[in-house]
Design a protein around this ligand. Structure first.
Ligand SMILES: *[C@@H]1O[C@H](CO)[C@@H](O)[C@H](O)[C@H]1NC(C)=O
Ligand SMILES: *[C@@H]1O[C@H](CO)[C@@H](O)[C@H](O)[C@H]1NC(C)=O
Length: 212
């Protein structure tokens, strides 16, 4: 009798675990697709570009960037970056002369939002010899609840910028910045753009912290 009860309990436990596992699977799958309801990959990424990090391995995913709306150059065929360095700027907001320009010349600057306009940051990065700039939220001010891709517009400061500029979602940018800091490495190695037009969403290799 005691034996039997034990068996039943074990069976119940197993069923519960299986149930939890299957729920987990279904709900995470639903999360992943929820945002994309009824749209094709081409609709979702319209106008956006992707880059992939090759190194460090901790960050080896694809990241979506929203090009600036009305300043800088487009991310077109003239700007193909293969194994380029994505270099956090010093100062991080890129609102004054960039001190680590030697790392940035010929590569891509990564700057934080705030303190001055997007165009001004782009002008400073260009002055330092960057071939493009990616701007993300500030490490200190980033809030998950208000995180979204921003359409950067010109502030009419009349600065002449001619490098491409793009905005990177805060949770991606902040994770990249923190990881590089943590590993004590001055840059990530990236390919840009990665053409995702015909890549199914499930194959996009999105970072695990992106759940939508
Ligand atoms: C890319 O854009 C730049 C700046 O607008 C332009 O000079 C260049 O010709 C474009 N390249 C291609 C391949 O369209
Ligand atoms: C991606 O590839 C497709 C097919 O080769 C091409 O039509 C499209 O213009 C490409 N997109 C970009 C952003 O290069």
């Amino acid at each position: 009798m005691v034996f039997k009860i034990f068996e039943i309990n074990k069976l119940a436990l197993l069923c519960t675990i299986l149930l939890i596992l299957s729920f987990h699977k279904v709900s995470s799958g639903a999360n992943q697709w929820h945002f994309y309801d009824g749209t094709s990959p081409a609709d979702i990424i319209a106008g956006d570009v992707f880059f992939e990090i090759i190194d460090p391995p901790e960050l080896r995913y694809s990241y979506r960037v929203r090009p600036a709306k009305d300043f800088g150059a487009p991310f077109n065929q003239s700007y193909l970056f293969e194994k380029a360095h994505l270099v956090p700027t010093n100062p991080s907001h890129s609102c004054s002369d960039i001190k680590n320009y030697e790392d940035i010349v010929g590569h891509i600057a990564l700057s934080e939002r705030g303190e001055c306009s997007f165009v001004y940051k782009t002008a400073k990065a260009q002055e330092a010899g960057a071939r493009a700039i990616i701007i993300t939220e500030s490490i200190d001010k980033w809030e998950e609840s208000v995180d979204h891709l921003i359409e950067m517009v010109d502030d009419k400061m009349d600065l002449n910028v001619n490098i491409p500029a793009g905005f990177l979602l805060g949770r991606n940018g902040v994770t990249i910045l923190r990881t590089l800091k943590h590993l004590h490495i001055p840059y990530a190695i990236i390919n840009l753009p990665v053409n995702m037009t015909y890549t199914p969403i499930s194959k996009m290799n999105q970072p695990p912290w992106i759940t939508w």
